[in-house]
Design a protein around this ligand. Structure first.
Ligand SMILES: [Zn+2]
Length: 293
């Protein structure tokens, strides 16, 4: 692998004095058939190649957002609590968020909020460190209430899939901030429940709706999609993954948000995209959408 395991990108400024950097926390190789779900291979294989085990080379991308004197980390990677067999099947290298932050000189103790898009292992697996203690002891962990309830529900599909133990440990440590719907964390940074991928999946909306008001202030906005759109390859709104628990809802909410992103020029951050971020989305003349640099 020529790219280093851990990297931090340049800071980008958004409306309201918000800055965002991408932290690459390692590699992740999801099964291509599962990742593309209903999409026939002749279509997706035009976009991306697989390895000899039928897997895609993806990233574990975290965001470091700074706004209003606060530091917000988005996602916690896989952490280090998976079995070696699981790490091998899923092609995980790295994945530990504290190691990733330290590697790029960000102090984990300086994080004020940790936004977890949903409770699957590759997003919530690093809420706790190898020692079982919270990875970010000074942070509030922001999770949608619907997601926390689904994790504790009795749906067979979810058994063993959600990071329930880690959720409970964060709650016991009094670091859990359960939210519902659209909630502003600090000026210019909001979480938004999207559902679709999981019951309480959330995206992050970045940039104040009104800019700073002074000439030269950045006026742009951005979105972090979580697994509602894991990479730029999945922008076509009907391309539901086999891991989407609520595919009809996923298509509807993707269509609504992708349309807004294209119309309003939002910059897009994708949680598993291996390419340069952010990108924008544009409407095509055939009624669809695609990524544009
Ligand atoms: Zn994921």
């Amino acid at each position: 692998m020529s790219e280093p395991l851990h990297q931090i990108g340049p800071a980008r400024a958004y409306a309201g004095g918000v800055t965002v950097r991408v932290i690459r926390a390692g590699w992740f190789r999801p099964d291509a058939g599962g990742f593309f779900g209903v999409v026939p291979k002749p279509l997706w294989s035009r976009l991306v190649e697989t390895d000899d085990r039928g897997r895609l080379l993806c990233r574990l991308n975290l965001l470091l957002i700074e706004a209003g004197g606060k530091r917000i980390l988005v996602e916690t990677g896989t952490g280090s609590r998976m079995t070696d067999k699981d790490r091998d099947i899923k092609g995980i290298e790295g994945g530990e968020p504290v190691a990733a932050l330290r590697a790029v000189d960000v102090d984990p103790a300086s994080i004020d909020f940790v936004v977890v898009s949903h409770l699957h292992y590759d997003h919530a697996g690093g809420m706790l460190g190898p020692d079982g203690q919270p990875s970010f002891p000074n942070a509030r962990y922001v999770i949608q209430r619907d997601e926390a309830e689904a994790a504790h529900g009795d749906e067979l599909r979810l058994q063993g899939v959600m990071e329930v133990e880690q959720l409970d440990a964060i709650r016991a440590a009094r670091l859990l901030a359960e939210v519902s719907g659209e909630v502003e964390l600090v000026d210019g940074v909001r979480v938004l429940r999207t559902g679709g991928h999981t019951r309480g999946s959330q995206a992050v909306l970045i940039g104040a709706e009104k800019g700073g008001g002074r000439a030269g202030d950045p006026s742009e906005r951005a979105i972090f999609w979580g697994d509602l759109i894991p990479t730029r390859w999945q922008i076509p709104v009907r391309w539901t993954s086999a891991y989407d628990d609520y595919p009809i809802e996923a298509i509807e909410v993707r269509n609504e948000l992708v349309s807004r992103a294209a119309a309003e020029g939002w910059w897009c951050y994708f949680t598993h995209d291996p390419g340069a971020l952010p990108v924008r989305i544009e409407a095509t003349d055939r009624g669809g959408f695609r990524a544009t640099e």
